[in-house]
Design a protein around this ligand. Structure first.
Ligand code: HEM
Length: 194
């Protein structure tokens, strides 16, 4: 049966692991690039990373019916895997170099974007069900309304926080896109590509 720690164990933990994996893969990848004298590869990883993220947006076009081809479920999986991998590439690309503020702001926005997306994917639906299930469980045990609300209080607060994260996904994407575009245009100008 449910206990108060299970929201953490069943839902928050997998989320933390997948996010932790992104951090570990970034640090390990950056370490390897430096060890193998391939730091320049990291510099160019910004390009495939960006392309992968842009490619993943096909799902958003499909969802909003700008295009009608493609299975939405498959496209959603591609969106999730593509943005995770693309973000990893961009994080490796960013490395631990601090010269400019704009690309770092873009990277922070990207981080918030990834986290909000993962909250929606991994936490929200099942957590909502979890809190509903708990309410029902306590009601069946004959607790009063106030007692039920007290019993699920912290889970309900957690759920509320998750809902807020989910809502941030699209606005923060726009911030991320604008900042990235600024960074990319300035680099292309510097390279004489435009
Ligand atoms: C077409 C895609 C991209 C290209 C061609 C590109 C190119 C570059 C180049 C050449 C640098 C080195 C600048 C320097 O040494 O001063 C750089 C640094 C960086 N880029 Fe990108 N980038 C791209 C996409 C992105 C994206 C999407 C992000 C973040 C969301 C990003 C974040 C960063 C960061 C954090 C740095 C380190 C800045 C620093 O040294 O302070 N890049 N990028």
């Amino acid at each position: 049966m449910h206990d108060t720690s299970s929201l953490w164990r069943q839902h928050v933990l997998p989320f933390t692991l997948l996010l932790g994996l992104l951090a570990v893969a970034t640090i390990a990848g950056d370490y390897l690039l430096h060890r193998l004298n391939l730091v320049w590869v990291g510099r160019y990883l910004g390009i495939p990373g960006t392309l992968l993220i842009i490619g993943s947006l096909v799902y958003s076009l499909r969802k909003r019916k700008y295009i009608t081809a493609g299975n939405p479920k498959t496209l959603l999986t591609l969106h999730e895997v593509g943005t995770w991998l693309g973000s990893l590439m961009v994080l490796l690309h960013a490395g631990i170099h601090f010269n400019a503020i704009l690309p770092w702001l873009a990277t922070v926005a990207m981080g918030v974007n990834v986290i909000s997306g993962m909250v929606g994917k991994l936490l929200l639906k099942r957590s909502r069900e979890h809190v509903l299930g708990q309410r029902e469980h306590y009601q069946l045990r004959g607790l009063s309304k106030a007692e039920v609300e007290r019993a699920v209080f912290w889970d309900a607060v957690t759920l509320d926080a998750m809902n807020k994260w989910r809502k941030v996904h699209i606005p923060i994407f726009i911030v991320f896109a604008v900042l990235s575009l600024g960074h990319i245009i300035s680099i292309f100008l510097f390279w004489g590509w435009i």
